[in-house]
Design a protein around this ligand. Structure first.
Ligand code: CMP
Length: 385
């Protein structure tokens, strides 16, 4: 491995080695140390020993960020997604990427402070931009942005209602209170402070209505605020749930589309199934179905292997096969114990969803039923012989 590749690996915490993982958390530790030193520095008297130490830490962390930025530019061609690009192309891609901009900002933080001509203590406040470095490792941020994008039209409506209520509250409170409290409600802009504090249900209590109409208005504004925030939270929660469902759908789709049994059904049927099943990783040796128990679900094997413990000999089921259908179809107890014999991925279809599927896709359930009947007859023949 070249030196450049080795340094790239170290900086990105690649490899399973313990030291490598330690290196992966090191940038967080350095960033946190720099930010904490900058924050603590603001509470320390100038010229003290602590002042020197903390300001030294901030400068040292900045030095490390500059070095890291230079190294990242140099090692950019080692990024797996840049293998096909030229070295210059890979470096430009890094410089223009979101992390490239964040690293540049981190490296320029202190020089920007010095350039402003502020005293050294205040110049170090620019180090606050280092907080953006945490963004790189916030993997859920992409989902959050998609959630906000999805909920955007509904959120805009709420913000609009919020502003209308705010303006009405400020205007009415100005009308009701201006004589009783000429200072706080002298104008609508002044009354806006009371309106925003009340509508957001913060209620500092620095300005309170004293007239009866003003108090009635305050009551309405407070309740309105609670309703608006509840709506706001509900819309975001709903969009989050949809986003999770979407991710579940995509992940399960890939699994379902792999199963030969489903491949013959076409995209519409697969989409129906994907909405109803959930994937489960199962360790080897797990008993999934126990003979004599009531049946509450059936299972499709995506990968791995399951064995039906059946006299006179066990039956091995491979990927693409299913089990646990007989109890659901015939309303009987489990006819055999089924054990997973290799680490497997199973798709679980609950009994309620099995009924839904029977309504939506009778042709699919007929195929399952045909196999269930065949198995039942084979078992009966074996038992009789
Ligand atoms: P169920 O009876 O719900 O639970 C045990 C499962 O083992 C059963 O459904 C079938 O899916 C499966 N099974 C039973 N007998 C056989 C067989 N002869 N061949 C393959 N699978 C079987």
């Amino acid at each position: 491995m070249s030196n450049r590749a080795a340094i790239y690996g170290l900086m990105h915490g690649h490899g399973a080695a313990h030291g490598s993982r330690l290196l992966a958390v090191l940038p967080h530790a350095i960033c946190t140390a720099g930010l904490l030193a900058m924050i603590a520095h603001t509470g320390i008297g100038a010229g003290s020993r602590a002042d020197l130490v903390l300001s030294g830490i901030v400068t040292a962390v900045w030095g490390l960020f500059v070095a890291a930025y230079v190294l990242r530019i140099w090692t950019a061609p080692e990024a797996p997604e840049q293998r096909a690009a030229s070295a210059a192309g890979a470096r430009v891609a890094y410089l223009l990427s979101a992390s490239g901009w964040i690293d540049l900002m981190a490296a320029l933080a202190l020089p920007a402070g010095w350039l402003t001509g502020l005293p050294q203590r205040d110049a170090q406040l620019f180090a606050i931009v280092w907080a953006f470095k945490y963004i790189r490792h916030a993997s859920g941020l992409g989902s959050l942005l998609r959630v906000l994008q999805r909920a955007f039209p509904a959120l805009v409506s709420i913000v609009t209602v919020f502003f209308i209520t705010l303006l009405l509250a400020a205007t009415l409170s100005y009308v009701f209170e201006r004589e009783a409290q000429p200072e706080a409600f002298r104008s609508i802009p002044r009354a806006l402070w009371w309106a925003i504090v009340t509508l957001s249900t913060t209620g500092y209590g620095d300005v309170v209505p004293v007239t009866i109409w003003g108090r009635l208005l305050a009551a309405w504004v407070m309740v309105g605020g609670i309703v608006l925030f509840a709506l706001w939270a509900g819309i975001i929660a709903n969009a989050f749930a949809e986003e999770l469902q979407r991710r579940h759908f995509l992940k399960t789709w890939d699994l379902v589309a792999e199963v030969p049994f489903f491949q013959t059904l076409g995209a519409a049927a697969i989409a129906d199934i994907v909405r109803l099943v959930r994937a489960r990783d199962v360790a080897a040796g797990t008993v999934v179905v126990r003979e004599g128990q009531a049946g509450d679900a059936m299972y499709f094997i995506i990968s791995g292997e399951a064995t039906v413990m059946f006299a006179p000999g066990p039956v091995t089921l491979s990927p693409g096969a299913f089990f646990g259908e007989m109890a659901l179809l015939f309303g009987t107890r489990r006819s055999a114990t089924v054990v997973v014999t290799k680490p497997s991925v199973l798709l679980v279809l609950d009994i309620a969803d099995f009924r839904v599927l029977a309504g939506q896709r009778p042709e699919l359930v007929n195929m399952i039923e045909a196999e269930g009947r065949r198995r039942r007859e084979a078992n009966a023949a074996l038992r009789d012989s």
